[in-house]
Design a protein around this ligand. Structure first.
Ligand SMILES: NC(=O)c1ccc[n+]([C@@H]2O[C@H](COP(=O)([O-])OP(=O)(O)OC[C@H]3O[C@@H](n4cnc5c(N)ncnc54)[C@H](O)[C@@H]3O)[C@@H](O)[C@H]2O)c1
Length: 268
C-alpha cells in the first residue's frame, strides 16, 4: 500500500465514536494511521475514544489518546502542546467535532445556541489558534475542518444554529487558507451530506416521521441522486486526500461529499 502520510503527525479532534460504531472521526483516525501517520486522537468521551485507540493498535498503527473538551481554551492549549511535545511536530489538524440542535430561533434556547456554536465553531477557532503558530514555525501544515451540506442549503427540517455554525466553519477555514497559505499551511473543509454514522441516531430519527430508524435511513437515501447514504469512510478518504501531498495545490476548498445531494433542488 502507498502510505500517503508516512511520518506525519495528525491531531484528530473528535476521534471517538459510540460503541463499535464507525463515525467520521474514528474512520479518519484509523485511515490516517493506516497511511503511516502518527495519530494524536482526542475526544471528550473516554469510552468513545477507547474503541478508536484499540482499532488502530490492532493494526499496529501509532496512536496516543487524549481526553479533553475541545471547546475549552485551557484544554486545547494543553492538547496541542502535548501533541507537539510527544511527536516533536504537528503536521495535520483534523477538526471533526460537531453537534446539532434542531429548531428555528423561537424553539432554540440561548443555551442551545451557545452550546452548538461553542462545540462547532469555538473549538475550531481554538484548534487553529494553538496549532497555527506551531505549523508556521515548521513552515508547513494542513488544517481540515468537517463542515456539512447544511452550511450550503436547508434540510427538510429546521436546524438554524447547526447551519449557521457550519457556515462559520467554512468561512473560518477559508480565512485561514488565505492568510496562512503564504506560510505553507493549507486549510480546507470537508462538506458531508447524508452519512450513515451513529451521530444521526442522536438527532434525526423522529423528524422523518413514524417508522423509526429504517424510515429515516430510506428517506435519507432516497433524497440523494446516488440513492444511498454515504458512510464514514467516504469522509475519511476525502480527509486523507486533503491531508496528503496529492492535495498540495488545494487550499481554501470546500470538498462536498454528498452523492450529488447539493446538486438537487431540495435538501435531504
Ligand atoms: N453523520 C452525518 O450525516 C454528518 C453529515 C454532515 C456533517 N457531519 C459532521 O461530521 C462530524 C461528526 O462526525 P462523526 O460521525 O465522527 O460524529 P460522532 O458524534 O460519532 O463523533 C464525534 C466525536 O466528537 C466528540 N466530541 C463532541 N464534542 C466534543 C468536544 N467538545 N470535545 C471533544 N470531543 C468532542 C464526541 O464525543 C464523539 O466521539 C460533525 O462535525 C458533523 O457535523 C456529519
Amino acid at each position: 500500500m502507498n502510505r500517503r502520510l508516512e511520518g506525519r503527525t495528525a491531531l484528530v479532534i473528535g476521534a471517538g465514536a459510540k460503541g463499535d460504531g464507525m463515525g467520521n472521526g474514528r474512520a479518519t483516525a484509523i485511515l490516517f494511521a493506516r497511511h503511516g501517520a502518527r495519530v494524536f486522537a482526542v475526544d471528550r468521551d473516554t469510552d468513545a475514544l477507547e474503541g478508536t485507540l484499540s482499532a488502530i493498535r490492532a493494526e499496529n498503527g501509532e496512536v496516543v489518546g487524549h481526553v479533553c473538551d475541545a471547546a475549552d481554551e485551557a484544554a486545547v492549549r494543553e492538547m496541542t502542546g502535548l501533541c507537539q511535545r510527544h511527536y516533536g511536530r504537528l503536521d495535520i489538524v483534523h477538526h471533526n467535532i460537531g453537534i446539532n440542535a434542531l429548531g428555528g430561533p423561537p424553539e432554540l434556547s440561548v443555551a442551545d445556541w451557545d452550546r452548538v456554536m461553542a462545540v462547532n465553531v469555538r473549538s475550531l477557532f481554538l484548534a487553529a489558534k494553538y496549532s497555527l503558530p506551531i505549523m508556521e514555525q515548521q513552515g508547513r501544515g494542513v488544517l481540515n475542518a468537517v463542515s456539512s451540506t447544511g452550511s450550503l442549503r436547508a434540510a427538510r427540517f429546521e436546524m438554524a444554529v447547526y447551519r449557521a455554525s457550519k457556515a462559520a466553519v467554512n468561512e473560518l477555514t477559508r480565512e485561514i487558507a488565505v492568510h496562512y497559505g503564504p506560510k505553507g499551511i493549507r486549510a480546507n473543509a470537508i462538506v458531508p451530506g447524508q452519512m450513515d454514522t451513529p451521530l444521526i441516531l442522536d438527532y434525526l430519527i423522529d423528524v422523518y416521521g413514524p417508522g423509526g430508524i429504517e424510515t429515516m435511513r430510506e428517506a435519507r437515501a432516497q433524497s440523494v441522486p446516488l440513492k444511498r447514504m454515504g458512510d464514514a469512510w467516504d469522509v475519511a478518504h476525502a480527509a486523507l486526500f486533503l491531508a496528503s501531498d496529492e492535495a498540495k495545490y488545494v487550499n481554501g476548498h470546500l470538498l462536498v461529499v454528498d452523492g450529488g445531494l447539493t446538486s438537487t433542488r431540495r435538501g435531504g
